[in-house]
Design a protein around this ligand. Structure first.
Ligand code: XIL
Length: 320
């Protein structure tokens, strides 16, 4: 019942993306993807801008292909994501909609996307990154919270549940690995929603870590606060980046520290009842989002560009 997963690389790093879609074009990549993992998440291909590029038009090509691939390889799927401030299509963000229209747009989207994969998605990240680091709702930049108010969160979970009653419905965020203002905010919100019988099943930490900042040593303690409520927990987007030395090749010490962060994250999850999904955000540096988004950092995954394994890979294997 414990799933080790990866994000499936595909698009989205930038218009300047230097490679064609690896999921369809890189056969060695597909081979590792099918052989090494028990769970897959779409890195981008289930996000609004991908599946809903124009109002009233859906594009499920890549999402379907991933779900099909998963089935062929005996993998479960994590769905990502339904209510988020980022990677929304321009027609939505720049459209001129009344609150009533926006509500029905969100409802239709959730019903359509979740409904399409009914019975095939184990966990959905229903709400992604809805709190700031200080634990306030992101009302400034999240179109749904800004235009519809916080009540839309419960609606999103209810709609998703109606569309696929068996899918486990999650809150997902970064910077919530530790006990802090942001994870406190989730704990309080989830308690409130559960008291109102809103179908919330889980809380997950993305875990985009950097050896520059130190390991969140209270990860296990933090996740246990959520599992104590009877919630599922998960690690959903683990990567461990580092400052690349001149020349771009990490040092042996950096790689050892990275391996340590990977295994400590896995160990924390294994020690928490109900943490049965552990996903890394891509398995090869070849397609990692990290160098694109974090200037000067990289080498964040468990395999080199040619799929040869780093110490972190072997460290994870020996932890299992
Ligand atoms: C990232 C993808 O990896 C990139 O390809 C994309 O350009 C931007 O989004 N939190 C999330 C993920 O929930 O969806 C993000 O994925 C990384 C941070």
């Amino acid at each position: 019942g414990f799933h080790i997963g990866t994000a499936v690389a595909g698009g989205g790093h930038h218009e300047s993306q230097p490679y064609p879609d690896p999921f369809t074009s890189d056969l060695p990549y597909r081979k590792v993807l099918g052989a090494e993992f028990g769970s897959v998440s779409a890195e981008n291909q289930m996000k609004w801008e991908y599946v809903h590029p124009e109002q009233g038009r859906y594009n499920f090509g890549m999402a379907d292909a991933i779900v099909r691939f998963a089935r062929q390889h005996d993998q479960v799927v994590r769905g990502h994501t339904l209510l988020w401030h980022s990677q929304n299509p321009a027609w939505l963000e720049q459209g001129d909609f009344t609150p009533d229209q926006l509500r029905s747009i969100l409802r239709d989207h959730i019903k359509t996307v979740v409904g399409r994969y009914k019975g095939r998605i184990l966990q959905w990240d229903v709400a992604n990154e809805i709190f700031t680091d200080t634990g306030e709702l992101r009302t400034a930049d999240n179109i749904w919270l800004r235009e519809l108010g916080p009540g839309v969160i419960a609606d999103a979970f209810r709609w998703a549940h109606e569309a696929d009653p068996k899918a486990k419905l999650f809150f997902n965020d970064y910077g919530v690995e530790s006990v802090n203002a942001k994870s406190d905010a989730y704990l309080a919100l989830i308690k409130r929603l559960r008291a109102e019988h809103v179908p919330v099943d889980g809380f997950s930490a993305q875990a985009h870590l950097s050896i520059r900042y130190g390991f969140p040593g209270d990860l296990e303690t933090n996740l246990k606060r959520f599992s104590a409520l009877g919630l599922g927990t998960a690690i959903t987007e683990l990567d461990v980046r580092m400052d690349l030395p001149e020349g771009g090749v990490p040092t042996v010490a950096q790689l050892a520290q990275q391996a340590d962060y990977y295994t400590r994250t896995l160990t924390a999850c294994l020690n928490v009842k109900g943490c049965d999904s552990f996903t890394i955000w891509g398995f090869t540096d070849k397609y990692s989002w990290v160098p694109v988004f974090f200037q000067g950092e990289g080498a964040a995954t468990v395999m080199w560009d040619d799929f040869s394994r780093k110490p972190a890979y072997y460290a994870l294997r020996s932890t299992l």
